[in-house]
Design a protein around this ligand. Sequence first.
Ligand SMILES: *Cc1c(COP(=O)(O)O)cnc(C)c1O
Length: 360
Amino acid sequence: MPQIYASLTVDLNAIVANYRLLKERHAAHHVAAVVKADAYGLGMIPVARRLSQEGCHTFFVATLEEALTLRTAMPDATIYVFQGIGKGEADEFIGQAIRPVLNSMEQVAWWREAVRDKTAHAALHVDTGMCRLGLDGREVGQIDDPEQLVQDCQLVLLMSHLACASTPEHPLNEEQLALFNEVRSVFPMLATSFANSAGHFLAEGFHGDMGRPGCSLYGISPNTSLPNPMQHVVTLKGPILQLRHITQEQPVGYGATAMARPGMVLATVGLGYADGIHRIAGGEGLHGYIGEHKVPLMGRISMDMTCYDVSDVPESLLADEPYVTLIGAQQGVDTVAEICHTIGYEVFTRLGARVKRVYV
Ligand SMILES: *Cc1c(COP(=O)(O)O)cnc(C)c1O
């Protein structure tokens, strides 16, 4: 193991604190965890294990493959797959007790056929205004015997997904709620799930019987125009590979887009766009931190490295702490995302596999 390496420290206790806050906010105090995309890049299994110690036993992933991975670690968990079943996949779901989210009449038909005389459960997804997945209002209207459908498919959950929950004043929220309530009246026997992270911060009518947060568990703000109520979870650090004392003006990095001046001290840090540092952040004001010292990025972001101006950092600190922190307490994921013209979700899910995950 090399002495110094790029690391992503995940504070599992902070995830737990965020889970508790979401649960407290939720009208029914019942909250599942969305751990798709490897728990937004942070590590699905360690995150799910820790949350299960906290009494979270229901998890949502995007694909069957993710569900199978989670199942090996969590034999008793309730696992839902957002993308539902592909043709011929139902038996694999049934065999592993994985619950599909049924998104179309086609998936409903495959599932109905496969689960005859077997025990299995599923969720039904209705689209209430996002045009992504789920039955639309017309399809729901064409179901002539909802009770029979629930029985045949062994449905246990009715869900829909909010498109604009992070913008509370957006009129689509109320429209989606009204439509969801209509569909609820067709399926009064089903438990409901409506709120993503941001939905927990809308009125209670949006919560349903079970919350379904992802991003806010991981510290991403549910509403970036308000102060972030979530605890910060991730610290991303890159190792200083080399220090260079500049004696004459010289260009830095590809394209020679930045100039180092005499007297500057530059640090070459082992984190680049292959590690998920969006290349666009070069020249957009992304800084790193060494202790409390803000260190500006210099020049372009390379695949594996980036240079920082560490002239103002005391030498003793550079020797003791040969790392630059890119995401951390001083510069949270939402700030980094804004600099990169994106959202925290994309920053996290693009973090490279070679960055060592450390769990505390
Ligand atoms: C990803 C996802 C969630 C979680 O959303 P966050 O905004 O991360 O809380 C919930 N429901 C569905 C259908 C999703 O795809």
